[in-house]
Design a protein around this ligand. Structure first.
Ligand code: TNX
Length: 542
């Protein structure tokens, strides 16, 4: 099905291009400042990685670099504390001792000289990000023997602080091993946020001890949709499809992400996209059910009941179990695509509206989100929601993830709320990236690499003060038509590379021609990592 998948033989012209590209410095994302020096640093059996003494976090990063070098060369350099006051020679020095104010928490400087390599940052996270740059100075091929890092001077820091990738594990489920791989890929692209879409109509994917039916019932659907989503009649096979993550597995993933300086943002959808939860606990709906975990895609009328006190108790119990698993300070509460059909005819919802003086069901949704926000805030965290949470009034401390274009984000920024831009027009990686006839079945929409590269997260219509509320951007991978790990990779790559550069590199330095050239080497890296990447960019005239 993945007709354009990478790893297939390219033409001779392309091979030639690849060979030339590999001898130059090809970094993605492009750093803020990059100056090629003369000569190179040779990695030999004598090369040592030095770190600031007594810094355990740097030690872990040093070990990671050692692994990286071992993969490239076959040799594993030792990690040793540097001697204070004595300059490192013949080694790679990771240090926090040359702080540069303007580089912030994620910036770094990297000096590769024939005598030494010095990677300096204000924080271990900055050092880790610089390590990704060193990784790209190494040849893509593994086990290359003795290698040389080209002399270079890099001064670098990200443009945005939210550089995210989302993955929907409800419509299709992906095991922990794949989630870790995905996190690795994010790290190598200097992304720092993983938005884990854990619940939806077609499956609840996180263990909640107080409500075991969420996963024993809500984690499984009877029959898997076969074939098209068009107007053809739907057919299902007879398998039971599903899965979920235990809390232990979630902790394991979060730890893994933390080691790579990636924040995991869990999403628990409410009040809509809740059919899997309602199949398990129909009493939290307006009608009482019964419901089945959905096997079709779409938007469904049965949502959490806003008139029922027990619904709030339930959702707070769920969040109380979820929040401690995630050290980051943001929880995604969904908020998108919640039809108000049931609320409109539900006596309890209508009574609630009357009692609270709410004019319409949008205000009832706002009431719903604000109650949840209060609870989340009381536990020291903040909420983010899809841009529908603007309707009926934004909760006081909520951030907005703008997906129906940029307008929601613009409105939120004007109200001095934080914003993450994820517009369907530019960063929906579930859309096809090449000529339709060559691509696997996907959601409608056409999103070639060049369009991702043209994404501008900060709307120029905002004032300078308003622009500071734009935290960054992210791409979403909804998996209705993405049943396999390989296909997730196919949809993610190479588009993640374009997004990474959009979110990291200063806007004025963005250059599509240069990016395409640098991508030649990135494709080689993908091949070496074993990534199923799309070659659609070769077939399509942007
Ligand atoms: C809309 S984007 C949704 C998802 C679907 C997606 C398909 C968003 C917040 N909601 O439930 O998977 O469209 O592209």
């Amino acid at each position: 099905a993945l007709g354009n998948a990478g790893g297939l033989a390219g033409g001779p012209a392309q091979a030639q291009q690849l060979a030339e590209a590999s001898s130059s410095i090809s970094l993605i994302p492009q750093p803020v400042r990059l100056r090629a020096g003369s000569g190179s640093f040779a990695i030999t059996p004598a090369t040592t990685i030095y770190i600031d003494p007594q810094n355990e976090e740097l030690r872990a990063i040093g070990l990671a670099l050692g692994q990286q070098l071992k993969q490239a060369t076959g040799m594993q350099p030792p990690v040793k504390p540097a001697t204070v006051g004595k300059p490192v020679t013949g080694g790679i020095f990771l240090t926090l001792q040359r702080p540069v104010d303007t580089l912030g928490a994620e910036g770094y400087t990297l000096h590769v000289q024939p005598a030494r390599v010095v990677l300096a940052a204000n924080t271990p996270q900055g050092v880790f990000l610089g390590l990704q740059t060193i990784g790209q100075l190494l040849p893509a091929q593994r086990g290359a023997g003795a290698v040389r890092l080209p002399a270079v001077e890099v001064v670098d820091k990200p443009r945005y602080k939210w550089r995210g990738m989302h993955l929907d594990v409800s419509r299709h489920f992906f095991p922990v091993e794949f989630i870790k791989k995905y996190i690795d890929y994010l790290a190598r692209h200097k992304m720092n946020t993983f938005h884990w879409h854990l619940t939806d109509d077609q499956g609840w994917r996180i263990e909640i001890k107080k409500y075991p039916r969420l996963t024993s019932v809500g984690g499984w659907r009877e029959g898997t949709l076969i074939g098209h989503y068009s107007d053809q009649p739907h057919r299902f096979d007879s398998t039971r499809y599903g899965g979920f993550y235990t809390q232990e597995q979630v902790k394991d993933v979060v730890r893994y992400a933390q080691e790579r300086y990636i924040t995991v943002v869990p999403e628990i959808e409410m009040p809509g996209h809740a059919v899997a939860a309602l199949a398990a606990y129909p009493e939290f709906s307006c009608t009482g059910g019964p419901f089945k975990v959905e096997r079709l895609w779409g938007v469904f009328d049965d949502i959490f009941c806003a008139g029922n006190e027990q619904t709030f108790t339930f959702l707070q119990d769920v969040l109380a179990e979820v929040m401690p698993l995630f050290p980051g300070n943001i929880v995604h509460i969904g908020g998108d695509e919640a039809p108000k059909t049931r609320w409109h005819t539900c006596p309890k919802c209508q009574a609630r509206m009357k009692a609270e003086g709410l004019q319409n069901e949008h205000e009832l949704q706002s009431y719903f989100v604000q109650r949840i926000e209060k609870f989340v805030n009381s536990r020291g965290k903040r909420i983010i929601g899809w841009d529908e949470i603007l309707e009926g009034g934004l909760a006081p401390n909520a951030a907005v993830m703008s997906w129906r274009g940029m307008e929601g984000g613009v409105m939120a920024a004007r109200q001095q709320h934080n914003v993450v831009m994820a517009p369907g027009s530019h960063v929906y990686f579930d859309h096809a990236q090449g000529e339709a006839s060559l691509e696997p079945l996907s959601f409608g929409g056409y999103l070639p690499l060049s369009k991702v590269y043209s994404f501008e997260p900060t709307p120029p219509t905002l004032t300078a003060a308003e622009q500071t509320y734009i935290l960054g951007g992210q791409a979403n991978i909804w998996t209705e038509y993405i049943p396999s790990q390989q296909q997730v990779e196919y949809m993610a790559f190479p588009r993640m590379a374009a997004l990474a550069e959009v979110l990291w590199t200063p806007a004025r330095q963005r250059n599509w021609t240069s990016f395409q050239q640098r991508m030649q080497q990135q494709y080689q890296r993908y091949a070496a990592w074993g990534v199923t990447y799309s070659r659609s960019a070769f077939n399509v005239q942007p």
